[in-house]
Structures are given as C-alpha cells and as structure tokens.
Design a protein around this ligand. Structure first.
Ligand code: ATP
Length: 425
C-alpha cells in the first residue's frame, strides 16, 4: 500500500461491537453446512468434503452415482464440488463414499447450519447479553472506519483502505497445513468508488491482483480465475471471482475479489444510526460509495508461494533442495559465511554483517563445511551468500553466490550494498 498514494493502511480492532456482525450479515449467514458420521461421530463440512476424500474414492463414487459424470470437461474435483453444492445429491454421494474417517457407509446426519464465528464475553459476566465475536475477517473493521480514514487522510474517491491482520473462524475441519486453519492472517483491501464506476474498478483490480501473484514469481499456469455464476453470488455481491492456485491437492482459492456494491456501508448506516454518506466535492453530490474488495489469505497465499518455489534437483550426484523465492519474499536476503574461523576472516565477515544488517535481513553462519552452508541457505531460499576467503584478506573482495544459478562473482566489499540492493529489488 505504500506504493500507491490512493491506498491508506489501517489496523482495526479484533473485537468490535456485536452489532457490527449483525449489520454485516455474519450472525445470520456466516454458516457452513455440517454433517456428522453417526458411527464414529466425526464432523465434516459438507461443501468442502472434496478436500478430505482420496482420488480413488472420488472416482469410484462418481462412477456408481452416474457413470456419465466421468466423461466431459472439468476436473474430477470440479464435478465433485458441483454435486456437493446440491444437498440431496450430496447425501446420495456420501452414502456411496462413506465416512472419510471410519469408512462406514450411509450413516450421516442431515446437514445442519453451523456459525463459524468464535464467541467470547465482554466483561466479567458470561451471559448472552455480553457476547462478542472474534473477527472472522478484517474487512468489517475497514468499513466501520471508512469515514474516519477518509476525513483524517483527506483522500477523495476513488481510494482504498488496506489491512493485514488476524482473522478467526471456527472451521469444522482444518486441513492441508496453512490452507485451512482456525486462526489465520488476512490481507484485505477495500476500494471505495462512485456508483457507476464500480464495474471498471472491479475489472481493474481482478487483473492487478492476479498480476501481483505472477510478479512475485508464482507460476502463471498454476493460477486461474474462478468467476462465480450470478445465481451463486453471496448476498452482498454484484460480481465475484476467486483467484485459485493449483496446490498438490487440487485447485484452491487464495484470494476473492468482489464487487460489494453499497451493501456494507448501507447496512452499517442502518445498524449504527450513523450516516455513511460521502460528500463528493466535484459533483456536489452525497452518496454511499460502492466497494470493490480484494480479500487474500496471507497465510494461505504464503503456502502457495512456498509450494511454488520448492524444487529438488541433482547437483554433482547429490540432491539439492532449493526454495526459489522471489527476492522480495525470501525471509533471509543474504548469508555471510567466513570460509574458516581464523586468519582474520571472521573479523571481516562480522564487519560486513554489521554494515549490511541495518538494510537487509542477514544470517551469519560459520558452522560446518562451506558446501553444507550453501545447501542450508538454498533450503531457506536465501538469494545470495557472501563468502569471505583468503583472497578477501588480500584484495578486499568477497564471493557472492546466487542461489538459483549457483554462479559466483567477486565483488569489492565497499560495493556490496549497492550490488545487493539492485539484485534484490
Ligand atoms: P473457503 O471457501 O476456502 O472457506 P472463503 O471463500 O470463506 O474460503 P473468504 O471469506 O473469501 O474465504 O476469505 C478470503 C481469503 O481468506 C481466502 O481467499 C483465503 O485465502 C483466506 N482464508 C479464508 N478462510 C481461511 C482459513 N480457514 N484458513 C486460512 N485462510 C483462509
């Protein structure tokens, strides 16, 4: 957000007035269909059961249900998901599949609605009048602060508010490492615009967001849009799409982009009794802005970047594991490695470390053979390793080794910061 003058940052509260979640529709609608296995009592989310079933079982069940489902376009997962969206068909399918936990067939409860918001109590008395919720998304904190931010930052429409922060959802099943957790990190941006300009900004943000993933090195062929058909749009949306990544376990959403119209601000105006009208200096009109939302999971996207960057390759008869992170994503930017712990090398290496550390995230490693140290840095995705060797003590140069090509160059110590800054940009 610091790259754009039309986007402001915000850090809103995790606990907000419970009316916020009534206005947003979460108290009423933020539910998942839940089913229980009557045999082993395991609990599942009906609409995402696809994540829990093996490929072999999916294929077998689809064949038994309707052999023609196996022909035609679309992946097995897409077909499976389409069936799970229809509750009658999905119960028939479940009877065939059996319980993902105990394998028992045909003994599931009817689906029930389960609200995903975590509840807690405000103050010392645990009674229902004091219930408050841990935020299930960061977006609502942005909506309720819209006018505060607009007035204090002196932004004019169109402009956006972005926020990174924790969100909490009492997911029925957590699965696939960071893909689905109950506590996760979101990065959301809400772009406020004049009604009538919303479709244009929706299209623009769709393109910008998929380009963002590509610009950080994510494989383009593993990214796609999944546009939501009109009849399946959420209650607040005029248009919606998911950016999906092809994980090893199938395609999964990493970010949602929605045209939320004036739904949110109108509802907050209604529930809070506070006007959310924006005064447009240019047209001298007052109106409730439309909102285009880009809602990404920071932890889920991080997992996609991690998987995408991971390679194993053979180098001189040995296996090399390497994380080919884009330099901007690499947690360690540069490692400093004295070849041996004597002959003045550690002193020079420590001096380079202290000169670079204010600017770059550095790791100092003097343990073990140099080859092993390079491999450890490859595994951590560190783009550059600086080695101080005998020649350094003679001519004030070091070797800089690049992670992906493993090429080494000699660089004068005083030029290191400029050299690395350019390469890492
Ligand atoms: P899903 O259908 O996978 O549950 P969602 O459609 O409910 O996701 P949104 O409400 O649009 O997700 O949330 C925006 C983003 O937050 C998602 O694209 C995803 O990256 C992330 N996200 C949502 N739920 C979780 C979770 N339980 N764990 C990790 N990340 C999540």
């Amino acid at each position: 957000m610091t790259y754009r003058e039309d986007i402001e940052g915000l850090d809103a509260s995790i606990l907000m007035h419970p009316r916020v979640w009534e206005a947003s529709g979460h108290v009423e609608n933020f539910t998942d269909p839940m089913i229980d296995c009557k045999q082993c009592k395991a609990r599942f989310r009906l609409d995402t059961l696809v994540e829990l079933v093996s490929e072999k079982n999916k294929e077998k069940a689809l064949k038994e249900l309707d052999a023609t489902l196996l022909d035609g376009d679309g992946s097995l997962d897409d077909k499976f998901t389409a069936i799970l969206e229809d509750q009658d068909k999905s119960l028939a399918l479940l009877a065939l599949l059996g319980c993902p936990q105990c394998g028992n067939k045909g003994t599931f409860t009817q689906p029930r609605k389960f609200n995903l918001m975590f509840k807690t109590f405000l103050g010392p008395v645990d009674d229902s009048a004091n219930i408050i919720y841990l935020r299930p998304e960061t977006a609502q904190g942005i909506f309720v602060n819209f006018l505060n931010v607009a007035n204090s930052s002196r932004q004019k429409l169109p402009f956006g508010i972005a926020q990174i922060g924790k969100a909490f959802r009492n997911e029925i099943n957590t699965k696939n490492f960071l893909f689905r957790t109950r506590e996760f990190e979101q990065m959301e941006m809400q772009y406020f615009c004049k009604p009538g300009t919303d479709t244009q900004f929706y299209e623009e943000w769709k393109e910008k967001r998929i380009e963002w993933f590509k610009s950080l090195g994510m494989t383009a062929s593993k990214l796609r849009f999944h546009d939501h058909p009109k009849e399946k749009l959420a209650h607040y949306a005029k248009n919606a799409t998911d950016i999906e990544y092809e994980f090893p376990f199938g395609w999964g959403e990493i970010e949602g982009i929605h045209n939320r119209t004036d739904f949110d601000l109108s509802r907050h105006q209604e529930y809070s009794g506070k006007s959310q009208l924006y005064f447009d200096d240019e047209s001298k009109e007052k109106y409730i802005p439309y909102i285009i939302e880009t809602s990404a999971g920071a932890s889920r996207s991080f997992m996609a970047f991690l998987i995408d960057a991971y390679y194993e390759e053979e180098v001189n008869g040995e296996l090399r594991s390497v994380l080919r992170f884009h330099p901007k994503l690499a947690p360690i930017k540069t490692a400093i490695l004295p070849l041996v712990n004597k002959d003045g090398m550690p002193e020079i290496a420590r001096k380079i470390e202290s000169d670079l550390r204010p600017f770059l995230r550095i790791f100092y490693d003097d343990k073990g053979a140099i080859g092993r140290r390079y491999r450890r840095m490859d595994e951590a995705g560190t783009p550059f390793c600086i080695t101080v060797d005998t020649q350094t003590t003679e001519d004030q140069t070091v070797t800089v080794r690049e992670r992906d090509s493993m090429q080494q160059e000699r660089i004068v110590i005083s030029n290191l910061l400029t050299y690395l800054s350019e390469k890492l940009r």
